[in-house]
Write a protein that binds this ligand. Structure first.
Ligand SMILES: Cc1cc2nc3c(=O)[nH]c(=O)nc-3n(C[C@H](O)[C@H](O)[C@H](O)COP(=O)(O)O)c2cc1C
Length: 192
């Protein structure tokens, strides 16, 4: 039996991302974001929804650029801190002992310690209510060489990403391999 919880900002799981920007003084900053995900295949795009009050929201629009670094499970404390404290008051990179690295393709810094990094140019903006949704075009994807399969593809088990459960406010791992996509569905038997 399904129990209605009413209209809520809930989905399970949501990603755990670190958004990198330079502020007006050129200081690198990161914030944690879970309201986001891939939104187009060609051109490759990612969308992100930010509160106007975040330092990142202003910074991202000033340079039309941002990065998304995907942290691994071992970084969960640093991730939570980046979502509790604003870059307006504190240099989070310094406090967390993380390395701000200039993007190669966009005017924004990424987190060198993360296993996956996306560099994005801001393409669209949509005022939704409490949040503004930004759509960025992915200009590059970088993956730690130790997190690649022998075929050179990103290996989720080595990336060891986090997910966020919104209403219980908990972090989870992403879980184990289940089945091959666009393949396991072919085993379904259609009813007559
Ligand atoms: C797990 C988690 C997910 C979050 N997701 C978002 C989000 O998607 N959008 C948002 O505006 N704030 C989100 N926040 C809150 C911001 O990270 C927080 O307001 C942060 O201090 C903003 O940093 P800044 O002012 O340096 O940009 C999240 C926080 C946590 C802990």
């Amino acid at each position: 039996m399904l129990i209605s919880l009413g209209p809520q900002a809930f989905l399970c799981p949501t990603p755990v991302l670190l958004v990198g920007t330079y502020d007006a003084e050129g200081r690198p900053n990161i914030m944690t974001a879970s309201w986001g995900g891939i939104s187009c295949s060609q051109p490759p795009c990612l969308s992100l929804s930010l509160r106007r009050s975040t330092w990142t929201c202003q910074a991202l629009q000033r340079r039309d650029a941002f990065t998304v670094s995907v942290p691994s499970r071992r970084m969960v404390g640093q991730v939570d801190f980046a979502g509790l404290v604003s870059g307006r008051q504190e240099d989070k990179f310094r406090t967390l002992g993380l390395t701000p690295t200039p993007g190669e393709h966009v005017d924004a810094p990424f987190v060198a310690e993360c296993p996956v990094v996306l560099e994005l140019l801001l393409r669209h903006k949509l005022e939704l209510g409490s949040h503004i949704q930004f759509v960025g075009e992915i200009m590059d994807v970088k993956v730690d060489k130790d997190c690649l399969t022998p075929e050179g593809l990103p290996d989720p088990s080595r990336i060891d990403a986090l997910s966020f459960a919104p209403l219980t406010k908990e972090y989870y791992g992403v879980g184990e391999f289940v089945a091959r996509a666009f393949a396991v569905g072919k085993t379904v038997k259609r009813g007559s």
